[in-house]
Design a protein around this ligand. Structure first.
Ligand code: MN3
Ligand code: FE
Length: 300
């Protein structure tokens, strides 16, 4: 690291209209909920009344969420370092909230496991081959590569893997289905409340990813091929995680249906891919405005 020669905030100031600053503002308002304050008393009572199969499926899903949240908490740092080294103070500031939120998600699920489930067993038995390929291998590989190779192509690969696949397909689909299942059955109000807050945080994370990938492609259109290739390579394993889960249980409780998971995942994925594709050939200002419209539309 060389010496500082200048500071953004004492020369050009902060770009408050930049997408990262808009997201930072939203994170300061909506991302400050405290997992320690979620009331799990009713959730514990509900848990004790579940059948063994219902408990098993809920524990399975929670184990996937728990490991996933720890993975994204641990693996975001190389991207923050890249933004810091590029002097993108707005993006680095936003990413501090991103990391804080992932840490809170990790905290949140561990509280649920400790206080509602009361389970201290090794939950890595729930990590299926597709899950391992994605969360144990592809995610840290794409993120840690940035330490040696901070090129735009490596950044696109990292963000597609992290924001579009792990967050956008796996986490978002998982939370959507899990929340629907609990709400439909009138179960676990504390867990439902936490998941709704956590989903809101995730929407900002994914919006940042869409912005970052769009910005990089606006600067070099050849990166579209990198984005598309990474998505196509990892969508299979991501859907495989859903397939592995459903294959573990001949009868799924809570009215969970594989088709609903898979359709939601593919739908979200295609919506974002289309959003990124629409900004091909755009100027940076146009990418900013497109991000702003998306933030309004998604109400996050
Ligand atoms: Mn998270
Ligand atoms: Fe996230």
């Amino acid at each position: 690291m060389t010496a500082h020669t200048t500071f953004a905030t004492t020369t050009r100031g902060l770009r408050r209209d930049a997408p990262a600053m808009r997201l930072f503002e939203k994170a300061k308002r909506f991302g400050i909920w405290n997992p320690s304050e979620i009331d799990f008393r009713q959730d514990r009572e509900d848990w004790l009344r579940l059948s063994p199969l219902e408990q098993e499926v809920l524990l399975h899903l929670t184990a996937l969420f728990q490991a996933g949240e720890e993975a994204v908490t641990g693996d975001i740092l190389p991207l923050m370092l890249v933004m810091s080294r590029e002097g993108r103070i707005e993006e680095e500031m936003y990413l501090t909230t991103f990391l804080f939120e992932e840490a809170k998600h990790t905290d949140f699920f561990r509280r649920f496991l400790d206080e509602v489930v009361g389970n201290r067993s090794d939950l890595s038995r729930y990590s299926s081959p597709s899950y391992r390929a994605l969360v144990y291998e592809a995610l840290p590989a794409a993120m840690n590569r940035l330490l040696d190779d901070p090129s735009p192509a490596a950044q696109v690969r990292a963000s597609v893997t992290y924001n579009m696949i792990v967050e956008g397909v796996l986490a978002e689909t998982g939370y959507h289905a899990y929340l629907t299942a609990l709400e439909r059955n009138g179960l676990m109000p504390g867990q439902c409340r936490g998941i709704r807050l956590l989903k809101q945080d995730e929407s900002r994370h994914i919006a940042y990813g869409v912005y970052l990938i769009s910005r990089l492609i606006a600067e070099d259109d050849a990166l579209w091929d990198v984005a598309e290739a990474t998505m196509n390579e990892l969508l299979g394993p991501a859907l495989g995680v859903v397939g592995d889960l459903f294959a573990s249980y001949p009868v799924m409780p809570f009215g969970l249906e594989e088709g609903v998971f898979a359709d939601f995942a593919i739908d979200q994925f295609q919506k974002r891919l289309a959003r990124i594709e629409r900004t091909r050939g755009a100027t940076l200002e146009e990418v900013y405005r497109a991000t702003e419209r998306a933030l309004e539309q998604d109400a996050i």
